[in-house]
Design a binder for this molecule. Sequence first.
Ligand code: TXA
Ligand code: MG
Length: 317
Amino acid sequence: MISNDIALAVTALASGKLCAIPTETVYGLAANALDETAVARVFAAKERPADHPLIVHVACAQDVTEWITGLPKWAADLSATFWPGPLTLVGPRSDLASDSVTGGQDTVAVRVPSHPIAQELLSQLKVIGVKGLVAPSANRFGHVSPTSAKHVVADLGEYLSANGDVILDGGDCQVGLESTIVLANGPAPVILRPGAITSADIERITGVRVSNATTNFPRVSGSLDSHYSPNAKVVLIADLADADFDPKAGFLALAEVPTPAELVRLGSPVTIEDFAHELYGCLRAGDELELAKIYVVPPIGEGLAQAINDRLQRAAF
Ligand code: TXA
Ligand code: MG
């Protein structure tokens, strides 16, 4: 059922149901993190492999200490600056974090979302003793993350309505890309997944040099080579002048780039922020139009542009 009633979502989650929730990054498929049966159903709904760990969402930065046993000073500085917001910290797990949440690892991922509806929901749940929600992106495993309630319906609507679960509609997600994931169990931040909080932001706040994850670092499903993929084949275009296009394919580029002849324009973001905000919706729109290919001119630059390029490369793999 799609609803905008937070009280209904609170009741559903507290009684073991799943609820797709809006966050500022993407929609998450939430369950009470301490309810093993509900957590197992999150994996079933997404068809997600059981060893891929989940992010625990809590109402405020202080609540994180219930899940993570100790954060280095630099990570506490990040939490004070960027929470609530699109940042996930991975640190040593407390006893609250079960193997089903952590994928059996000795670390747990936690974040404090800033979306007002997610904030209100988590605060109300806390009052009745629900200490956190697991919430992977509310898409089928490997598919494009949802940035609207409509996207959630397209991927999981049938499963959720058949099981009496809820979709809480909070409009379009502002950022549009998943949170930045930072491993926080050592002397320096390691970025496991780039996002709207950039390595420059992290170095500015912590004064510590960031390292990027080498492959085979702790499992991050979003770091699988092929992920975030629409049905259409995504083809990245480095140089428009050299490109040879199949006709009637989709096209996505910054607004300043004109549409090549015979291509179907899927989006014209004006800024890099718009690009991130619209990206997943444009990829899904290509599938709705049953296009076989989507050509994308990736934005150039540091920071958020890098996070967009990370997702585009995996979508194109
Ligand atoms: O923006 C977001 O983070 C969204 C919204 C809903 O909060 N959630 C999200 O969840 O993207 P998901 O499950 O699609 O991606 C979470 C990533 C996974 O790739 C998972 O492997 C990684 O976080 N992760 C979770 N726990 C981890 C851990 N202990 N060590 C390393 N990676 C971990
Ligand atoms: Mg995901």
